[in-house]
Write a protein that binds this ligand. Sequence first.
Ligand SMILES: C[S@@+](CC[C@H](N)C(=O)[O-])C[C@H]1O[C@@H](n2cnc3c(N)ncnc32)[C@H](O)[C@@H]1O
Length: 313
Amino acid sequence: MKPFNHISVLQAEACDHLNLKPGAVCVDGTLGGCGHARSILKLILPGGKLIGIDQDIDAVNNAESMLSEFSDSIHIVHSNFSELPAILDSLGLKGVDGILLDLGLSFHQLMESQRGFSFQKDEPLDMRMDIEKTSTAADIINEYSEFALADIFFRYGEERMSRKIARQIVEKREISKIASTRELAAIVREAMPLKLLKTQKIHPATRVFQALRIEVNSELEHLENFMSQIPDLINSGGRLCIISFHSLEDRIVKQSIRSWENGCTCPKYFPECVCGFVPKLKAIVKKPIIPSSREISINPLSRSAKLRVAERI
Ligand SMILES: C[S@@+](CC[C@H](N)C(=O)[O-])C[C@H]1O[C@@H](n2cnc3c(N)ncnc32)[C@H](O)[C@@H]1O
């Protein structure tokens, strides 16, 4: 297999903040093109272990060949990171010293996979990261009700023209099935008022494609599920680093960290806490770390990235 091309975002920042030492056990929950994984291995060897997870079988196969020289120090798992407790259990591990998630799409998925993640290319509307999952983006576009489509575009894409776009989709699919990224991008463009098309800085289909991808892969549910299990999986002093790419993901990460740090439910006027809340993790950076202007100029896709870091108490 030809190794993946990859561009890792906030690579040095995330790896520094993981605060890893030789001998540490670390999870990379989103292996992708293995850029972060390679940097982590440099920090934890000799003696360390990396558990590398990806739900995309292409990423798993790529990692197995790219990281074959480290085979004694790495467990590569084809799974969803929301399954982390079961994965650690199967390896006999109670906790780890670091966990990294670099959410979103890999360079391979966007540019090479031909699974319809990009509106810049004409590909089948698939968008599954895990191709063993059943529903594709085409299934959703052709089968969901007009109301359900509008709801997805609004909730996951924050798309103001959601209802009009959904109506246009339903009208078009009555004539023939919508099967390709180019067809969908053209329908979205048609639904946009001219004034908006002239003023918008992003491609008109950006938000609809983001929303569909989130729905196809149940991205927010998996992230929420993962976050709810985290505190018990990190050893004392261990770190969690999460790179997110849109506000819906970042909100889940920010609110989880806040609730681990200060989830006390006592009324504010109580002189002391009586609810028994014990802080489990604390935020290491109050504001998210964002890419430098240099990184953004080299890789414009990094412009929306945000890195949040928390440490187990
Ligand atoms: C942005 S890429 C990671 C890039 C990687 N850090 C690098 O340096 O090349 C995101 C990867 O995470 C995977 N992914 C996204 N959500 C996932 C989930 N819930 N469980 C497992 N893998 C996931 C995707 O399949 C993709 O390969």
